[in-house]
Design a protein. Structure first.
Length: 304
């Protein structure tokens, strides 16, 4: 099976990504030329991973498979799932399936791209078994997958960049779900306080695309804005809004490096409506304007 999308005016452009929706199955056992992100939206069942690891399916959950890993549904017929197949070069043109063995020739931004794929190739610190997703996160990733399906089908302007941006955003969210325990416990931190800060950090990482106000967060956590900010800063060294801004700037930097999407679209994807506000924060974070950052770092410009 060819996991590609064909596009261009003469159907002469091959994009190494494919979307598949499945009911009652999980697709092919092995995709030897693609990474796979498998979103299990509903249903129950049992899968065998790599021929010898048996796991009950959790829903909603995400299974991240590299090109060598296998998955087989051995029990369950009510499974509803979506899969994104993609080659690592979709994320960065320098990447192949053995790119992780050598960083020679990689820039800092290339290494950041590699970091975004670690859940697919690094099996020393991660595994391919299902990652449970909070319902709100699962809904957001599902919307990303739906957007990828639509983009690959309709192929609007900059469609490969749009699809790439949704994959990167999904990888970011999956990582946050897998590593949601941000504040480690110590005798100086009460369990309640630890759970509250972890909950708030998780919320910021998942909802950074939305409008977030400190007053609304204070109401959510049944406190006042001053106390919430002081408590947050004690554990992170930053105010709530400063932490949120850093998340947004990191994601914006990734999209500027890996896509040719208009800056205004990237701005909106990371939660900004005001262009001047976004510009000031980006310059403060990187020391460069968004346009200059892209000119200096975007691999797509270099390969045009």
């Amino acid at each position: 099976m060819n996991w590609v999308t064909v596009g261009g005016e003469k159907n002469d452009f091959i994009f190494l990504m494919k979307y598949q929706s499945m009911q009652g199955e999980l697709g092919v056992k092995q995709a030897s030329s693609r990474y796979r992100l498998v979103l299990i939206e509903s249903g129950t069942g049992i899968v065998v991973l790599n021929g010898n690891q048996i796991y009950p399916l959790m829903t909603p959950s995400m299974i991240c498979l590299n090109e060598n890993e296998t998955i087989e549904l051995i029990q369950g017929s009510t499974i509803k799932a979506r899969t994104i197949y993609f080659h690592p070069s979709v994320i960065n043109h320098k990447f192949t399936f053995d790119f992780q063995s050598d960083d020679e020739g990689f820039t800092i931004t290339d290494c950041q791209d590699k970091w975004s794929l670690r859940m697919l190739f690094d099996r020393q610190t991660t595994s391919c078994e299902g990652i449970y997703l909070e319902p709100a996160t699962a809904s957001l990733i599902s919307s990303h997958f739906e957007a990828i399906q639509q983009v690959l089908h309709t192929q609007p302007k900059h469609w490969p960049c749009l699809a790439r941006s949704y994959v990167l955003s999904s990888l970011y969210l999956i990582y946050q779900c897998k590593n949601s325990n941000y504040v480690t416990h110590s005798p100086e931190i009460s369990r309640v306080e630890q759970e509250q800060i972890n909950s708030l950090l998780y919320y910021l990482h998942v909802h950074y695309q939305e409008k977030i106000k400190l007053d609304d967060l204070a109401k959510m956590y049944q406190t006042n804005r001053t106390s919430l900010n002081e408590q947050f800063k004690k554990h992170t060294g930053q105010s709530v809004i400063a932490y949120l801004t850093n998340i947004r700037m990191e994601v914006a930097s990734t999209l500027l490096h890996n896509t040719l999407l208009p800056v205004t679209e990237i701005m909106q994807q990371v939660g900004y409506k005001d262009g001047s506000h976004f510009y000031r924060h980006f310059v403060k974070h990187t020391g460069q304007s968004p346009t200059h950052y892209r000119e200096k770092n975007c691999w797509l410009i270099a390969t045009k």
